[in-house]
Design a protein around this ligand. Structure first.
Ligand code: GLA
Length: 319
């Protein structure tokens, strides 16, 4: 049976490092996408070649340990197939080709796009609700990369609609599609390569967990409650998350009342919160944001996604 599926990349407009504490995020799907074409086979073997990788991946199902698969890009494929097997969906075999226009390692979720594309192939004859698919692919990402990521990337890619931002409540996984008004446009500029594996991403997850042991769920905490946190660094981490959740709500409200100046201001404020309080930026990304803000028509700009490199997203007015 011939199959062709695709899954887009994503950019996050606002709401970073909030998803893994059940917070609010506002990513949107991009036009760039990962496509898989090929044929379902009657054996239990997955064979994939990639336009971007020198070595193909051959996987015999069921897979014992996705984290040991070589070449490494096969771990994302194996992670998804392994999780499907665990969920009681025994995938059939497949032979095909992966190609992508999502820049790899640039913070636009090329790995989540590959995961969702693989899940779409493997469930082509038994469709799965986007939320289930996203959670399954999030677990696959944990296993494949070792990064304890939240749900934002996979859920935005599984459920997002073109031309809309995806407001996700990461506590109950409810979704609202927020149209991007035609008076503004979103631009994305690649600045520096990054990988979250081996980065301080996992430290931030640990730190926010430590904060929640003191003040309870950050989603419900107020800025006033932070005075009980003795550790100055943990207080700043919490300040970022609590204020960022509020900025997501304020940003959506600003878009709805056509207050582009305020929407842009909130994006820029989000960047400096990530940089100073959450410390997931660096000098290169800070300089790129400042340069972007000086360009004509730019209303606001920030580093997007996990941080430590990647892309700058900007809101611009359409002349
Ligand atoms: C990465 C993770 C997401 C999210 C962002 C930061 O993209 O995969 O789950 O935590 O970083 O907002």
């Amino acid at each position: 049976m011939p199959v062709i599926v695709s899954a887009p990349g994503r950019v996050n407009l606002i709401g970073d490092h909030t998803d893994y504490t059940g917070g609010l995020v506002l990513p949107m799907v991009l036009e760039v996408a990962t496509t898989i074409t090929g044929d379902v086979t009657d054996d239990r073997v997955w064979h994939l070649v990639s336009d971007d990788e020198p070595l193909p991946v051959t996987l015999h199902l069921p897979i014992d340990d996705p984290a040991r698969i070589e070449p490494r890009w096969g771990r994302y494929v194996a992670g998804v197939l392994h999780e499907l097997e665990r969920a009681g969906v025994a995938p059939r075999g497949f032979s095909g080709r992966v190609s992508t226009t999502v820049p790899i390692g640039s913070g636009l979720s090329s790995s989540a796009a590959l995961e969702i594309a693989v899940a779409r192939v493997a469930t082509v004859d038994r469709p799965m609700p986007p939320t289930d698919m996203a959670q399954l692919c999030q677990r696959a990402e944990h296993v494949a990369s070792g990064v304890p990521c939240g749900i934002m990337d996979q859920l935005c890619i599984a459920a997002g609609q073109p031309g809309h931002a995806t407001l996700i409540d990461c506590r109950d996984l409810s979704i609202e599609h927020v149209p991007i008004p035609s008076a503004v446009t979103v631009s994305v500029e690649f600045i520096a390569p990054r990988t979250l594996a081996g980065s301080e991403y996992a430290d931030r997850v640990t730190e926010t967990t430590a904060v929640e042991r003191i003040v309870g769920p950050l989603r419900d905490a107020s800025l006033e409650s932070l005075s009980v946190i003795a550790d100055e660094k943990l207080r700043r981490r919490a300040h970022h998350v609590i204020s960022e959740n509020q900025r997501v709500l304020d940003f959506v409200a600003a878009l709805r009342r056509a207050d582009w100046t305020e929407a842009g201001r909130l994006m820029t404020e989000s960047h400096w919160s990530l940089s100073r309080d959450f410390e997931t930026s660096n000098a290169t990304m800070d300089a790129a944001v400042e340069r972007t803000l000086r360009a004509p028509g730019v209303l606001g700009a920030r580093m997007t996604g996990g941080g430590f490199g990647g892309c700058v997203v900007a809101l611009r007015s359409v002349e």
